[in-house]
Design a protein around this ligand. Structure first.
Ligand code: GLY
Length: 308
């Protein structure tokens, strides 16, 4: 499992309300993004390439941060952060997505709103430039949660999404990886080097959480394979009562455990007793001392891996 590097972007609920007033300079919002898990080959990571990745990640952060700083919603921030990564050929999502065994791109994405746990997801779409927007459209404009393949594309057409030619998504680097995989009978783990799935979690100024994830899956995937990214509860989950999660790594492992929901459920179970204790002790003179102890178990937003 050590090599099955998994990365999870996690945003916690504003627990400060449970324990003590936030410091005056505490962030009123937070945003975390990821552009994939795994090891980049140091030989390929020249200073120029590193600068390219950093600039692309910064552009994604800036786009999401702008929304949040201006008082926008966590949902809008998640979409704003993911779109530039889907548009960048550096990541395994949208343009630059890895290729299937047949040399096509099949894109997966999902998004979830922590306010009401409404969610949308798509899998195996081939002609939608920004699958995260289509996932959100499923959430807002259908009575479903998860659409796949030709049906998802028909829905996209119905809703006015432009048809993006399949050639837009494939890059020479992804073609080379697929050819090398086939020629040398390698596994996806050997050619992907890093997974490159993208994701974002956000906490907005109103205290609402959201999470989103987008991916091309794994190089050489066959038979309509779908990973964790578009599966609500596996790769993506958000619940205002707990936290927001976007995962990246080898999807089969996240699917088996339902990782994103599992983490949220765990956080919810940690917070519930904290709330109760807080209410009971709110007027107690010994509260100040006890609160220090409780804080150990009630993480604040500052511990949530916040990126600003
Ligand atoms: N985590 C992305 C995938 O396995 O498809």
């Amino acid at each position: 499992m050590k090599n099955l590097i998994a990365l999870i972007a996690l945003a916690l609920m504003p627990a400060a309300a449970l324990a003590e007033a936030p410091a005056p300079d505490a962030p009123k919002w937070s945003l975390a993004i990821h552009g994939g898990a795994g090891t980049l080959d140091p030989a390929q990571m020249t200073p120029e390439r590193r600068a390219e990745y950093e600039a692309a990640l910064q552009a994604a952060l800036d786009a999401g941060a702008k929304v949040l700083a201006e008082g926008g919603s966590a949902m809008d921030a998640v979409k704003a952060a993911i779109i530039p990564m889907e548009d960048s050929p550096l990541f395994n999502a949208g343009k630059g997505a890895v290729l299937t065994w047949d040399g096509t791109n099949e894109l997966d994405a999902s998004i979830m709103d922590g306010r009401d746990r409404s969610a949308g997801a798509v899998a195996g779409v081939k002609t939608v430039k920004n699958p995260i927007l289509l996932a959100d459209k499923v959430r807002t404009d259908s009575e479903h949660v998860f659409l796949m393949g030709a049906g998802a594309e028909a829905f996209a057409l119905d809703k006015g999404f432009a048809v993006t030619p399949p050639e837009y998504f494939a890059t020479p680097a992804r073609r080379e990886a697929l050819e090398r995989m086939k020629a040398k009978q390698l596994s996806a783990l050997d050619v992907d080097h890093k997974f490159g799935t993208v994701g974002a979690v956000a906490l907005d100024q109103k205290g609402n959480l959201a999470a989103g994830t987008s991916t091309g899956g794994m190089t050489g995937k066959r038979w309509g394979r779908v990973g964790d990214a578009p599966v609500i509860g596996a790769g993506t989950y958000a619940d205002n009562r707990a936290c927001a999660v976007s995962a990246t790594g080898w999807g089969e492992y996240f699917l088996r455990v339902g990782v994103a929901h599992e983490i949220c459920a765990f956080k919810a179970s940690v917070y519930a007793p904290c709330r109760k204790v807080n209410t009971c002790l709110a007027n107690c003179r010994a509260w100040r001392c006890i609160r220090r102890l409780i804080l150990l178990f009630c993480p604040t937003p500052a511990q949530s891996g916040t990126v600003r």
